[in-house]
Write a protein that binds this ligand. Sequence first.
Ligand code: AHN
Ligand code: ZN
Length: 331
Amino acid sequence: MNRLLIFFTFSMMIMAGCGQAGNNHNAAGDQDAVTAQEVSVPAFNADSAYHYVEKQVAFGPRVPNSQAHREAGQWLAATLGNFADTLYTQETRVRAYDGTTLNIKNIIGVFQPDNPRRILLCAHWDSRPYADYDPDPDKHYTPIDGANDGGSGVGVLLEIARQVQQERPAIGLDIIFFDAEDYGRHRFSDGPNEDSWALGSQHWARNPHRTDYFARYGILLDMVGASGATFKREGYSMLYAPGVVRKVWETGRNLGYENVFLNREGIYITDDHYYVNTIRNIPTINIIHQDPDTEHGFFPEWHTTGDTMEVIDKYTLKAVGETVIHLIYNE
Ligand code: AHN
Ligand code: ZN
């Protein structure tokens, strides 16, 4: 098995001027006490993550109330359920901005349920019902594949789940696939936009799978698979969880992905993490592809029929997957 061994050396600082008497320091008094800690981090397999994205897309657009959505949801629950110690599915009805009742399902995989030290990892698994940014106006009401917008985050998390089942980290994990993130208001309809997005995470934040659920921090993956992806420090992530952003960015950059995790401030994006932060009070960041060269600020095929497997690049999946998996095993 392909394993990466990381050696961490912690040097204990000895404060200058601290008294000689009553401590255990040797005669020299200034020699560092060095302990070596060995952490084994599983290799993130980008081919496997890619396959999980393909698998989701093959069901067809995963739009709530559709047959493809039901089938994809069953497959996701079965697949995550195979890796996790406990699986929860949270089925409910929510009202979309246009009055449609959506049958939705949040899918939750719990690893080490009794471990009080926990991290939350999440992504949305639904895909958008309309390509309202498509260059072809005839497609503005066509559902999208959501290979990158939806599929990529879930694909990375399924691969992490597979690795975690094989070799358990010290920390407990909760992996949540939120539903109905992308049923937000159509670009050409009038009315309030803000709370029309992220309906599944709003529901979960008010009704977590375990009462008083808490995690030390959370990480949301959104659009983490397109070729040439770059991530900037997203606004709400910096507002609610700046330390987590710093840690993730440092980890990614130390792994050699400084071309992906940019040392730049991004914009504020209302997404699932916003509700995990504001309703559940779990400091949660969003790793989200931001592109300053497009009119909407996301990847070029965002909310178009072009968000297909063709935009997916294993290098981006790997950059994100490897970064997150390193973080988990070093907690
Ligand atoms: C808004 O446009 C308000 N939020 C974007 C969140 C999103 C859509 N993430 C993926 N698709
Ligand atoms: Zn979207």
